[in-house]
Design a protein around this ligand. Structure first.
Ligand SMILES: NC(=O)c1ccc[n+]([C@@H]2O[C@H](COP(=O)([O-])OP(=O)(O)OC[C@H]3O[C@@H](n4cnc5c(N)ncnc54)[C@H](OP(=O)(O)O)[C@@H]3O)[C@@H](O)[C@H]2O)c1
Length: 246
């Protein structure tokens, strides 16, 4: 089944922008949301000749009351929506209790509360139309609580993964499907300056994301190599080693 009408949040840069480009290349209709509307408009102008149709809207996912407005507006412009990719996310953070609570709380509000608000809005549309594919962009860091500046981020992404698992259990056998995607390091603004041999370049990472999403798995580590075995190891390694792998 081809998911023709796709809504992507966090489409103004990185993985969201890259996925918009890749789905446009495949002729899909797109609904794009993020706070930087100028970047979305530029992207829409560029992709319009390839994509079936493109609608954009400004959205801050922490403004939870505005999320249903944005999703309904985009779905109405596209004449329905077959897949929602909950991708907007933030990687701010600092060791807990060091005077940077605001950054950690903003990360949790964006990644977890924002994702919940998006799941609510998407599921309402899917339940009304009787079908849809919900994609939750989590992270490998959801597999194991990470220390220091990553603590709030990994906790927020663990929440996203659990949200997806709960929905999967509820929707088993229904025409609404849910995928939880766990990217490893893929080069984007979120990890500028991070030096690791495990980094995947943006284009390869985006291609792997789109391939994984199109397969509609319950859960996928992306790219599968090396992240599937790393995710498996992370569950059992002692703290001293697990922190070094992510
Ligand atoms: N790249 C990686 O290595 C990696 C690994 C694991 C998971 N992830 C996840 O992948 C997703 C995409 O991240 P990325 O790597 O592409 O990073 P990115 O280039 O920094 O993109 C993040 C996107 O999220 C949007 N965003 C942030 N806060 C928002 C808010 N409050 N409301 C609406 N949109 C918001 C940003 O748009 P505006 O600023 O315009 O709003 C931007 O388009 C995130 O959920 C991230 O946690 C990435």
């Amino acid at each position: 089944m081809t998911r023709q009408r796709i809504l992507i949040t966090g489409a103004s840069s990185g993985l969201g922008e890259g996925m918009a480009r890749e789905f446009a290349r495949r002729g899909r209709a797109l609904g794009l949301a993020a706070r930087r509307l100028d970047r979305l408009t530029e992207l829409a102008d560029e992709l319009a000749p390839q994509a079936g149709q493109i609608a954009v809207t400004r959205l801050d996912v922490t403004d939870v009351d505005d999320v249903p407005r944005a999703f309904t507006e985009l779905a109405t412009e596209l004449g329905g929506v077959d897949r929602v990719i909950v991708n907007a996310g933030l990687g701010k953070g600092a060791p807990i209790g060091t005077g940077h609570a605001a950054a950690n709380i903003e990360t949790a509000a964006t990644n977890l509360i924002g994702a919940l608000a998006q799941a609510e809005a998407a599921m309402e549309i899917f339940r009304a139309q009787g079908h849809g594919h919900l994609v939750l962009v989590s992270s490998i860091s959801a597999v194991r609580g990470l220390p220091k500046a990553q603590a709030a981020y990994s906790a927020s992404k663990a929440g996203v993964s659990a949200l997806g698992q709960g929905l999967q259990a509820e929707l088993a056998g229904s025409p609404i499907t849910v995928s939880v995607i766990l990217p490893g390091y893929i080069e984007t603004d979120i990890n500028r300056g991070v030096k690791t041999k495990l980094m995947t370049d943006t284009d390869s990472g985006v291609r792997a994301m789109v391939a994984a999403i199109e397969a509609e798995p319950r859960r996928a580590e992306v790219p599968a190599w090396p992240w599937k075995p790393i995710a498996a190891a992370l569950r059992y390694l002692p703290d001293a080693l697990s922190a070094k792998l992510v």
